[in-house]
Write a protein that binds this ligand. Structure first.
Ligand SMILES: NCc1[nH]cc(CCC(=O)O)c1CC(=O)O
Length: 355
């Protein structure tokens, strides 16, 4: 396992054969009902989702230029429940897979051939017949704090010192809220949803003093300079899968699975396997604040996973770390999840009625 992306010019013969073979088979399936070119890629329609999808297609065609030459892709934008319900907190809408249900349906019904997701928004148990075929190299996993105009990041001291006593933080994630509250019980929270630009606009209009966003999203949108304070994972444990883009396909689609697995990033696969196993084992309600963040050591052989479970108001917060061989990523995640759950109050995992 290595942290470097395979470069096109050092593609192994084996990978070149995979690419050529898969494309040949895809092309020759032109007339078959199972595969016709162009391949239809499903995505949400948000600016971030579209940037991620186009970056993925670029990655795929760099590996397999003939696909680009064939004009092989057609983008299908799919509106999800999460996109429609912008007035409510995701945790209050309830259910998992809010950003993926309609996309899974399109894939299962054969209206699209593969779909690009933020792994953070992809539920750990996919519907039967669908698989996560590819994980792309992780963008930064950390969360960033964005301050309203007039507040300045501290030069030294604690990163949250720039927030005045009682500051109002626009935050729609229970994980972020719980960790902020545990550090700063004086902070107050309000709902701030919508896509990245909408949230930044609301902040600029003065509805709150600060908000939190994934640095990965800001970076992909070319807005990294809006991140006033980047919070290290030991201050704010990121969400499982944050910063990783994943691609789903039908399990039965051997050609696409093979092609996509050839371009996946093995580091992203290992860390996301650990993080998602942790999440699955904790099996929290959609409100439960859960964090999971894995890293590989420079050799790529050893994996360290940080897990966090908390109560939304920050009155309970448990963090724990495990390390072990990267090849045991899933087991490490499951074990850490089990141990965190065993030592947390049961009410944290209960699916309470929305308030
Ligand atoms: N549903 C929100 C969502 N899903 C993925 C990202 C950021 C990009 C990523 O984590 O890869 C975001 C926005 C945010 O949390 O700031």
């Amino acid at each position: 396992m290595t942290a470097r992306d395979p470069q096109p010019f050092i593609l192994s013969t084996r990978l070149q054969q995979v690419a050529a073979g898969a494309v040949g088979r895809l092309a020759s399936h032109r007339a078959s009902p199972r595969h016709t070119l162009p391949l239809r890629v499903g995505t949400r329609g948000s600016p971030l989702a579209l940037v991620q999808t186009r970056a993925f297609l670029t990655r795929l065609t760099r590996f397999c230029p003939v696909l680009r030459d064939m004009g092989a892709f057609q983008e299908h934008q799919i509106n999800t429940t999460g996109d429609r319900e912008l007035g409510r907190r995701l945790a209050d809408i309830g259910g998992k897979g809010l950003f993926s249900k309609e996309i899974h349906e399109a894939l299962a019904e054969g209206r699209i051939d593969f779909a690009v997701h933020s792994l953070k928004d992809l539920e750990t148990t996919l519907p039967p017949g669908l698989v996560l075929a590819c994980t792309l190299r992780r963008e930064d996993a950390r969360d960033a704090l964005i301050l309203r105009p007039g507040l300045v990041p501290p030069r030294s001291g604690h990163p949250l010192d720039s927030l005045p006593e009682g500051a109002l933080v626009g935050c729609s994630s229970t994980r972020r809220q719980a960790q902020l509250s545990a550090m700063r019980p004086d902070l107050r929270f309000c709902l701030l949803r919508g896509n990245v630009q909408t949230r930044l606009d609301k902040l600029a209009s003065g509805v709150c003093d600060a908000t939190m966003l994934a640095l990965a999203g800001l970076r992909r949108l070319g807005m990294e300079d809006r991140a006033d304070i980047v919070l290290a994972p030991d201050i704010m444990v990121p969400a499982a899968g944050q910063g990783i883009v994943g691609v789903t396909v039908r399990e039965s689609d051997a050609e696409l699975r093979e092609l996509l697995s050839a371009i996946e990033d093995p580091v992203a696969r290992a860390v996301s396997t650990a993080e998602r196993a942790l999440l699955a084992e904790l099996d929290g309600s959609c409100r439960t604040p859960i964090g999971g963040h894995a890293q590989l050591d420079p050799s790529g052989q050893m994996l360290t996973l940080d897990g966090l479970v908390a109560r939304e108001d920050g009155s309970f917060l448990l963090r724990r770390r495990v390390s072990g061989p990267a090849r045991d990523a899933r087991r490490l995640g499951t074990e850490l999840g089990h141990s965190l759950r065993a030592d947390s109050p049961a009410d944290i995992f209960a699916d309470v009625e929305p308030v």
